[in-house]
Design a protein around this ligand. Sequence first.
Ligand SMILES: [Zn+2]
Length: 291
Amino acid sequence: MERDCKIVQDLLPNYLEKTTSKETNQYIEEHIKQCPKCSKICNAMKEELNISCSLDTEKEVNYMKKFNGKMKRLELWKKIAMVMISILIILLGMVLYRYSIITKIYKLHSKISEITNVYYQAEYEDKVIEFWRKDSIIKQVNKLKNKEDTMTFWRDISTEEGYLISNTSKIYAETPKEVPSQNLPWGFAGDWDTFEKRIKIAINPTITITIKQYDNKDCYYLRLNGSDFFNNTEEIYEKDTGLLLFESGHTQYSSWGEDINCKVKYEYKINVVLDKDVERPNLSEYELRDN
Ligand SMILES: [Zn+2]
């Protein structure tokens, strides 16, 4: 018996750690049943092991809980930071993209505005404007669609000589302010001459800029939303030339004096204007009106 006790006591630590075989377990358990001494030792060892073990486990569990909590929070912050950085990068990318389009339109249009042989037609809802420029001479003819009235503006930029002629009432005025001096219709792009103005448009969330087809041409499509003054203003610029092909929603002061909510379609011809298209008007049948 003494010998069995020794063996069992030697095996007890392993038994309690459950690393012993089925047969050994059986042998130990049978012995403990009959031997109060070994049973006592086993219980004592069990208790000691349990307490110490559970203490360790509790500490460990607490530590792991804390650690996991920290890790989870850290992961969360990492995720939030990543999302915010991603949003920032996307926003920055969008602003840069929009800025590059705005700059491109401005530069293309500036370049094409330097051309001194150009014709364009602007079709409004109620009138058609035709414009010719050859070198220093500008001619513009405004025709109202539902009336026979026609207005002709003629100006020589180099000499400042200019006339406004009403064809129906047979009168004319000298160098009136209505005589156009600019080359091509600009739309809003005409105001985009500085970095500040361009970046202001680029970061404006109420302006959408997309690439769309218009008249079978790739175009930049600008839309201003949410502003009372420019409500639903649209502008379409040709991608390759920067030419304004369409605009709507601007409130414009027409040459007839009324405010019109315009919707204008533009068509251009470059280098086709002849001298006879911009001939100095024959005013012999017209009466001079005082300005
Ligand atoms: Zn024993």
